[in-house]
Design a protein around this ligand. Structure first.
Ligand code: G4P
Ligand code: NA
Ligand code: NA
Length: 189
């Protein structure tokens, strides 16, 4: 998506050769018009997949996942980051390390909102090492649902996440591929 590349160049702040701050687009502010464009693009790419639910992890994936689900006219389910002991005992849970936060978190998804009859499209904002994504993929697989693919807004292809997921045979579509952040410069693939 050319428009998205332009906006990343305008709004992105290179924090290190590993991390690109995208608060103006994904992690603090969202542009509804641009986000709806992203949703249309994912809906177009996965139009033939028979998707029954879009799934993401709270919080930054929710806006673009909503846009995608709206276009596909299916529900959006967001996995929760578990903070409560009142959680549903039947929930599917995975513990994942967080790259940016340097902590582990538990993500959970209730069996009420995913079933073996579902065809799931997993949408996420940024894929880096892929730990969070792999956690949600495990949950989807344990639910018995079919994962038709993963759509990410920004793939940082110099980190291993997207590659390892594709190596599992999962279809992964990214809207923008960043191949390097070295010397303070954003390089697109
Ligand atoms: P992931 O690739 O599966 O997301 O897992 P990873 O463990 O690599 O990344 C963990 C978190 O760090 C994710 O957010 C991911 O979006 C974020 N992240 C990784 N690299 C960058 C980066 O260069 N820039 C920005 N802005 N974020 C990055 P999260 O933990 O799911 O949190 P949230 O954003 O939903 O709150
Ligand atoms: Na994120
Ligand atoms: Na995310």
């Amino acid at each position: 998506m050319e428009l998205l590349k332009q906006r990343i160049l305008e709004e992105g702040v290179v924090i290190s050769d590993q991390v690109l701050k995208l608060d103006g687009l994904l992690n603090h502010q969202v542009d509804p018009m641009l986000t709806m464009e992203m949703g249309r693009e994912f809906a177009r790419r996965f139009a033939e997949a028979g998707v029954t639910r879009v799934v993401t992890v709270e919080s930054s994936g929710i806006a673009v996942a909503f846009a995608t689900a709206y276009e596909m006219k299916v529900p959006l389910v967001f996995a929760r980051r578990k903070k409560t002991l009142l959680a549903d005992p039947d929930a599917l849970c995975e513990r994942v390390p967080s790259f940016t936060k340097g902590i582990v978190t538990d993500i959970m998804l209730s069996r009420q909102y995913i079933s073996e009859n579902d065809k799931i499209l997993f949408i996420d904002d940024i894929i880096a090492n892929g730990d969070a994504a792999r956690g949600l993929i495990k949950i989807i697989q344990r639910s018995g649902a079919e994962l038709v693919g993963l759509g990410v807004v920004v793939e940082k292809s110099f980190q291993a996440g997207a590659r390892t997921i594709r190596e599992q045979g999962i279809r992964l579509e990214s809207l923008v591929d960043i191949t390097s952040l070295s010397e303070g410069t954003i390089t697109f693939g």
